[in-house]
Design a protein around this ligand. Structure first.
Ligand code: BES
Ligand code: ZN
Ligand code: ZN
Length: 535
């Protein structure tokens, strides 16, 4: 599906379907809808009355044009209440209309730019949100499908934003569409990685994806080359990657990652991606202010629980346990195109959590890269163990901020449900920035308190510095997991985003998120990076 822009009159659009809109309870429709209504001799107004169309969000009515205009059909789309209308509503209603167009097998769809007129949103933002709604809403993971689904996904082939305004507006629409396209390509790429079955997505496969993202030479894609080799190869402008293999991971002393990986037939990898902007045009003073951010993503390609085995039901969706890492690869996918003025590091500790004769066992003690030791009381609380090494590695880069994304706890899903990520951290400024980014991207997050009173309950091991679950059990599992991670970041401003709920969609709740991997965190991360970036 492509998003295009066309200048001209909506009613003259020569495609299959024209999407017009109506706010709830508002009699006077916007200019575009009004013009189409006039050439159809007031048919839209008549149908609204006859069918009792109210304009509720996502409400739809198909109106035939009987050859009066070139387009075959009109889709009247409800926008909901005008007071409640925002950017995310643009995404939602657009996704609903795209799905309808697909159902009707419409190839070329012309549309009003929802929200830019009556809705009061900026033209650029509305165009970006429309693009996101269409391309995220139209996403399907087709790799293992055959037949009808594959055929249907070809529709619509084009969404054409019709602009009947002046030339200045076109520029704003163009830049909105461009941003929206980059954001969704990155998100859908992360979705693809998460949707891939774990029988095809091994630690090595994910590490190879990082190499592809960096655009390193073709031959390195077929196998993951040792660290120094790829590092020095000088990948595509801006991005470089270092992939550590088992031996180098051992050398770095990452006992956490090695411990969790032990039970699997597949070796662990540790990925470090770097985005550096072109500094040529920078004045020295500005260079000094260049922000440095490290993003760390939990990358367990399958979480069986290990010897503390999950239930059959608890395991069904556990290929998603690398969604944090996938989101970071998604972000780097877009950085190449957005070229922000920021130094960004992407860090992925990658392995599989499996039971076997070689597995990590309850009671085992692991020594992490930081020197701190962990008594493993439950091998299913493995995310925090590999992140301990990932976060410590990140802290040694001395970034201004560290943010981790992780499908970390079922407790977070219990607390906030499947649509909302839990966020916690050590720095108010960073947390506020993340909150702002999430509002703009339409991803829902809620802050949980990292209260100090709970910290003592991960420090009661008789044999190690920390336990990987609380001793005794105290509830608040999302928070105690956050406190555990905090032990490995030192004083660097840090935030942790627990995406266990929203990384995976089980039901159709948000119209632009299909069931399966959601790509949660990619657009929010990009918004944050763009804000931290010096324009
Ligand atoms: N990967 C899971 C968390 C998870 C649960 C992600 C549901 C997505 C959906 C994590 O490794 C895990 O198993 N956590 C345990 C921790 C417990 C043993 C303290 C959990 O949440 O049950
Ligand atoms: Zn687990
Ligand atoms: Zn896990």
């Amino acid at each position: 599906m492509k998003i295009k822009i066309q200048q001209g009159k909506l009613e003259k659009f020569a495609g299959d379907l024209i999407v017009v809109n109506l706010f709830q309870g508002i009699k006077q429709s916007g200019a575009g809808t009004g013009a189409v209504n006039r050439v159809l001799g007031g048919l839209i107004t008549k149908m609204i009355k006859e069918e009792g169309f109210e304009g509720k969000e996502g409400e739809m009515m198909i109106i035939p044009t009987f050859g009066k205009i070139k387009a075959k059909k009109i889709l009247l789309l409800g926008m909901g209440q005008q007071e409640k209308f925002d950017l995310d509503a643009v995404r939602r209603v657009t996704a609903v209309s795209v799905k309808k167009a697909r159902e009707l097998k419409m190839r070329r769809v012309g549309t009003i730019l929802h929200g830019a007129g009556v809705g009061g949103l900026s033209t650029e933002q509305a165009a970006q949100a429309l693009t996101e709604g269409a391309l995220l809403g139209g996403y399907t993971f087709l790799k293992y499908k055959s037949g009808e689904d594959k055929y249907k996904a070809k529709f619509p082939a084009e969404i054409i934003i019709i602009d009947h305004g002046d030339k200045g507006k076109i520029k704003a629409i163009e830049s909105g569409v461009k941003l929206g396209t980059v954001y969704t390509a990155a998100t859908n790429y992360a979705r693809d990685l998460v949707n891939e079955p774990s029988s095809k997505m091994f630690p090595k496969t994910l590490a190879e994806e990082a190499v592809k993202i960096a655009g390193a030479a073709e031959e390195t894609m077929s196998r993951v080359a040792p660290a120094a080799e790829i590092w020095s190869r000088g990948a595509a402008p801006g991005i470089s990657v270092k992939v550590y293999e088992q031996k180098e991971i051992e050398k770095m002393g990452m006992g956490g990652l090695l411990g969790v990986a032990k039970g699997s037939d597949h070796l662990p990898y540790f990925v470090h991606l770097v985005w550096k902007p072109e500094l040529k045009n920078f004045k020295t003073k500005k260079q000094k202010n260049l922000k440095k951010v490290a993003l760390v993503g939990k990358s367990i390609t399958f979480d069986s629980g290990g010897l503390s085995l999950k239930t059959a039901e608890g395991m069904t969706s556990m290929k998603i346990d690398m969604a944090g890492g996938a989101a970071i690869l998604g972000i780097f996918h877009a950085l190449k195109r957005l070229k922000p003025n920021i130094e960004a590091h992407g860090i992925l500790p990658i392995c599989e959590n499996m039971p076997s004769g070689r597995s990590l066992k309850p009671g085992d003690v692991l020594k992490t890269m930081s020197g701190k030791t962990i008594e493993v009381l439950n091998t299913d609380a493995e995310g925090r163990i590999i992140l301990a090494d990932g976060l410590y590695y990140a802290s040694r880069l001395k970034p201004d901020f560290i943010i981790d994304l992780a499908t970390l706890t079922g407790a977070c899903v219990v607390a906030l449900g499947e649509e909302v990520a839990g966020v916690m951290g050590s720095d108010r400024f960073l947390l506020d920035m993340i909150e702002g980014a999430a509002v703009r991207s339409g991803e829902k997050i809620w802050e949980l308190p990292l209260i100090e009173e709970y910290r003592q309950f991960i420090k009661k091991s008789p044999v190690a510095d920390l336990t990987n679950i609380t001793m005794p059990k105290i509830g608040g599992g999302a928070i105690t997991a956050g406190l555990f991670l905090h032990e490995f970041v030192g004083k660097i401003p840090w935030a942790h985003i627990d995406i266990a709920g929203p990384a995976w969609a089980e039901k159709d709740v948000v119209p632009y998120v299909q069931r399966g991997g959601s790509g949660f965190g990619v657009r929010m991360g990009l918004e944050l990076i763009r804000q931290l970036s010096q324009q």
